[in-house]
Ligand binder design. Structure first.
Ligand code: R5P
Length: 293
């Protein structure tokens, strides 16, 4: 027997997941005391059940303590196992100390999560200098890939596409999306000089003639990467690109600037946002059985 719980802000995905998986869902009450401390109370009846706790981690610092309070309350109430379903997994980008004294937050965060949960299900984690999630998450993990779903969307909606990634590490998504959409692909070279400044070098673009550019990345945060890539394409004489990301964080993103240089903007619903039209629940639901770990 399984039960799907939602941390605050994750109700929609949790309900969809429970419905697709034929499971029940239950709520977690969360509020803050006047001094800012958090209060968590679990609903439902988790005793002897495999619990799936849905919490996308786009704002991990404020979410982490309530998440720990919830998992501990679930265990105290007799849950058989607790799996974290975090469609967006935070703290994957600081994957080494770039300067002396820096905390390698990816490794530390993985250790903290690993102390609390039996299993993790996530979607396309940012893998750059780590070859796989298992390098830092040493308990059972399941990675869901959105590439095929995005490739199907591209194949169905874009005439004569070419899929382009803004940096070398985007190749892992770009290649799969282009394979499903049956079209050519390539990636740019990126150098980042600050949080909001990137320099991109495009490959030869003439070879793609009048094809419709589709820019793809795993994350849009400030939007700087996608905006710069779109500008490079337009300067090279291509049409405005479609712009697709797995995770639309839109941290302090300049969405209006991004919309001005793209013909459409689309993400999965790993992080709720106005452009999150690609639904992950069916893909994640396939992984809820304990045997699929
Ligand atoms: C990092 O390498 C990621 O793949 C994305 O390219 C990056 O997070 C995008 O960030 P931003 O939107 O702030 O340029």
């Amino acid at each position: 027997m399984s039960l799907v719980f939602a941390m605050p802000g994750n109700d929609e995905l949790a309900d969809e997941l429970a419905s697709v998986a034929g499971s029940s869902s239950a709520r977690i009450e969360f509020r803050r005391f006047p001094d800012g401390e958090g209060y968590v109370r679990i609903g439902g009846e988790p005793r002897n059940k495999d619990v799936f706790l849905v919490c996308t981690l786009a704002h991990p610092d404020e979410q982490f303590l309530p998440l720990v309070f919830a998992v501990r309350a679930l265990r105290a109430a007799g849950a058989k196992s607790v799996t974290l379903v975090a469609p967006y997994l935070a703290y994957m980008r600081q994957d080494r100390a770039f300067h002396a004294g820096e905390a390698v937050s990816s490794r530390i965060f993985a250790d903290l999560i690993g102390r609390e949960f039996d299993r993790l299900i996530t979607v396309d984690p940012h893998l750059h200098r780590y070859a796989s999630l298992g390098e830092i998450y040493t308990f059972p993990t399941t990675v869901v890939h959105a590439g095929a779903m995005i490739g199907t969307w591209v194949g169905d909606h874009v005439r004569a596409p070419v899929v382009l990634g803004p940096d070398a590490e985007s190749m892992q998504w770009v290649e799969e999306i282009a394979r499903v959409a049956r079209c050519p692909w390539t990636v740019f070279r990126k150098e980042r000089s600050s949080d909001r400044e990137v320099q991109l070098t495009a490959p030869a673009l003439e070879q793609f003639g009048k094809r419709t550019p589709v820019l793809v990345d795993d994350i849009i945060s400030t939007g700087a990467t996608m905006i710069e890539a779109a500008k490079v394409l337009i300067a090279a004489g291509m049409q405005q690109p479609h712009c697709i990301a797995v995770h639309g964080l839109f941290g302090e993103a300049t969405v209006s600037e991004l919309r001005a240089v793209t013909q459409s903007l689309l993400t999965t619903d790993s992080v709720p946002n106005p452009y999150a039209r690609l639904k992950l629940a069916p893909l994640i639901a396939e992984q809820l059985a304990p045997s699929s770990a």
